[in-house]
Design a protein around this ligand. Structure first.
Ligand code: G6P
Length: 541
């Protein structure tokens, strides 16, 4: 089975753009790896960014090496696999493992509480995959350092527990070689968000127990279709994304339909937002929302479904969405392979940490305090309490705009909520939802007809963060940060994880504010009570 794209009611509007793309020879040019497809300015980058089209074939060469790593891990009794990687270096393995129903602990956070949770889980049976293309990502570097210390403190040689995936020649490769860690180098001609079928997707997933050769088989089966002018699912989907955006329907509501794939929207979110959200344009993916009536939104389901849907096995879906995103980039006239605004927040964070030295970070003073929630930022109209601030945020959303909630917290924390007695699954789910800051998305969504997105920080900085800064001036931003009670030192660095996390939030806030985007930070002085308060205020708006 390959991938079937059902265009539903959109078939008519897509047809002219698809015809134009075929007439211009786009499928043949893409199949031949032509870097000129995105214009002269993008050409140099595109020339070293099209390796993903060959991965169904080239990644096969990795399989014996991966099998060797899996065998060694099994022989050593290492059955708890932790993946330290941001954005494209962890989003695909998360979907692959959730779909295969094999456990993988993903560390794409600087939240000390969440990292502590991973560290205290079966350390003696833990294998850590440190995955970074650039080898310079600060979060992943911190995770490596923290785990190295934890292993040493437990009398375990890190060289027996850490596997590195990186690009050849990266600083991480040098560190790993020096330390004696097994290294799998990835194809350097594949960008992070296009790397699902490369070593970045395959190594951690195979170690966690997923069948990765099947992913490559499924991707290989769809590959020949992608060279065709007709019945080409990648061309159909790319023309759909491009046609919708050109017609002003630039919010892509993604829904897990009736498919066996679990969580693909979170991976698509990065691919589409980071690839298209730049130069003041782009497509905003919205995950977890209901189908929208508004004329700037369109819904795509993963799996068979009514309306517009993309159905097919995971390996083939990865390739088809990558192809479609590259095609949409051409339609929109942008370079789908760079992420020009991601660095802004990273640079701000580094500057904030350097300027603060050993002193406190420049948080400013709270505008107001409402129970366990402090509010920072500029809110016009003399707000008296949290309800006023949330109301302001909802009213500030422009026509065709959106609200983004960005929570720099432990995304596992809600599961700590005590479930009373013999609770049914529904009761447990309700208890967790009532303790989960992510529930704020649905509560605020209910109070506006504009899309509301939710992202965990700093994870989203490597994904939708590009769109929030580089896309249209249409977002309103609510940051949520929380007090740290159990911080973790980062060995060899002058900061703790908690300090880095707060500096990341402040750095992004600065980048948003410098563009005149309304942004407020809600700081929970007590995390559990703060989430409860936030949700109850939002419920009563
Ligand atoms: O794999 P790495 O080099 O560590 O990069 C991880 C992620 O970070 C960056 O911020 C990019 O915007 C992402 O596209 C990338 O996937």
């Amino acid at each position: 089975m390959t991938v079937e794209v059902t265009l539903g009611d959109e078939a008519e509007s897509v047809s002219p753009i698809r015809g134009k793309l075929a007439g211009e020879g786009v499928p043949a040019a893409l199949a031949a790896g032509d870097p000129a497809l995105w214009g002269a300015e993008a050409q140099a980058e595109a020339a070293v960014r099209l390796g993903w089209l060959d991965l169904p074939r080239t990644s096969r060469e990795l399989l014996p090496r991966i099998a060797g790593l899996v065998e060694r891990a099994r022989a050593d009794g290492l059955d708890h696999v932790v993946l330290a990687g941001m954005g494209g270096s962890s989003l695909a393995p998360e979907v692959i493992c959730d779909t295969a129903d094999v456990p993988l602990t993903v560390l794409d956070t600087t939240d000390p509480h969440q990292v502590r949770r991973a560290l205290s889980d079966r350390l003696e049976r833990t294998l850590v995959v440190v995955a970074s293309k650039s080898g310079g990502t600060v979060e992943t570097d911190a995770h490596r350092r923290v785990y190295e210390r934890a292993f040493r403190d437990a009398g375990i040689d890190p060289a027996t527990r850490i596997v590195v995936v990186t690009d050849p020649g990266s600083p991480l490769e040098a560190v790993a070689a020096e330390a004696g860690y097994p290294i799998v180098t990835a194809d350097p001609e594949v960008g992070g968000r296009y790397s699902a079928l490369s070593a970045f997707g395959l190594v951690p997933s195979a170690l966690a127990g997923a069948d990765v050769s099947r992913l490559l088989d499924d991707a290989a089966a769809v590959l020949p279709l992608l060279a065709r002018d007709e019945d080409n699912p990648g061309l159909d989907l790319g023309a759909l994304l491009g046609a919708q955006a050109l017609a002003g329907r630039d919010k892509l509501i993604l829904r897990d339909g009736m498919s066996e794939i679990v969580g693909l929207p979170a991976w698509i979110e990065q691919l589409v937002a980071e690839s298209t959200g730049k130069d003041g344009t782009g497509i905003l993916p919205v995950v977890g929302a209901e189908a929208a009536e508004d004329d700037d939104q369109f819904l795509v389901s993963i799996g068979p479904g009514d309306g517009t849907s993309v159905d097919g096995p995971l390996g083939a879906q990865f390739l088809v969405w990558e192809y479609a995103t590259a095609v949409a980039g051409r339609v929109l006239g942008i370079n789908p392979f760079d992420q020009p605004n991601v660095a802004e927040s990273k640079d701000n964070t580094a500057r904030i940490l350097a300027e603060a030295g050993d002193g406190p970070l420049p948080t400013g003073v709270p505008l107001l305090t409402d129970g366990p929630v402090e509010v920072y930022g500029e809110v016009p109209g003399h707000p008296r309490n949290l309800a006023d601030v949330l109301t302001y945020a909802l009213r500030a959303i422009p026509d065709r705009g959106y609200l983004a909630i960005m929570a720099y917290l432990d995304r596992e924390a809600a599961f700590d909520a005590a479930v009373v007695g013999e609770a049914s699954f529904e009761e447990m789910a309700e208890t967790w939802a009532n303790a989960d800051v992510a529930t704020l998305r649905a509560l605020l969504d209910y109070r506006t007809d504009r899309p509301v997105t939710f992202g965990w920080g700093p994870r989203f900085l490597h994904s939708t963060g590009q769109y929030h800064k580089g896309g249209p001036q249409a977002g309103v931003f609510l940051q949520v940060t929380g007090a740290v009670t159990d911080d973790i030192e980062v060995p060899g660095r002058p900061y703790t994880l908690g300090r880095l996390q707060l500096a990341q939030a402040l750095g992004d806030l600065r980048a948003l504010a410098s563009r005149g985007r309304p942004a407020v930070r809600l700081h929970l002085t007590d995390r559990v009570a703060g989430v409860r308060h936030l949700l109850s205020v939002a419920e009563e708006l």
